[in-house]
Write a protein of this length. Structure first.
Length: 159
């Protein structure tokens, strides 16, 4: 008798849908909303901010040792950059005292609640000192972490 392994994924809705058969319900996102997010993410990839362009030049092509993707739909959020294998997202902006910052805090909390590590940088910090931002990302990529659900799998194997 073989135990069926659960596959955790930070992938887009279509990846999860193939794995679970009902991805929108897994993230509690309606099919119409999921499609809307997908189209918005595509538009955001085509029209990045100056800070996002600078940071992407340093994250693409595994320059930090891991693969990053731009404007990834995760649940009801679109994250600027995602390293799926390390469960890290890098966000730009949303660091002030305005409505954007409030939404950023809520989005970050939803992601951290499912085990995603969120790094958020002010656009001015990225533009003024890209090297410092990239170093912080590289440092976080090297930190050990527990994948969500890994403790449950360990517990099941030991019993």
């Amino acid at each position: 008798m073989t135990a069926e392994r659960k596959k955790l994924s930070l992938g887009n809705v279509s990846d999860r849908e193939r794995a679970t058969g009902d991805a929108e319900k897994a993230w509690k996102v309606s099919p119409a909303r999921a499609e809307q997010l997908k189209l918005r993410a595509r538009d955001m990839r085509r029209n990045p901010t100056e800070a996002q362009k600078l940071l992407w030049e340093r994250l693409k092509d595994k320059q930090c040792g891991f693969t990053f993707n731009r404007e990834v739909v995760m649940g009801s959020a679109i994250v600027d950059f995602a390293c799926k294998t390390r469960w890290i997202v890098v966000e730009t902006g949303g660091t002030g005292e305005d409505a954007e910052a409030t939404l950023a805090v809520l989005s970050d909390r939803k992601l951290t609640d499912v085990g995603v590590r969120v790094m958020r940088f002010a656009e001015t910090d990225i533009i003024e000192d890209t090297e410092k931002v990239v170093k912080a990302i590289k440092d976080e990529l090297q930190k050990p972490f527990d994948r969500p659900g890994s403790n449950e799998r360990k517990h099941a194997r030991n019993h």
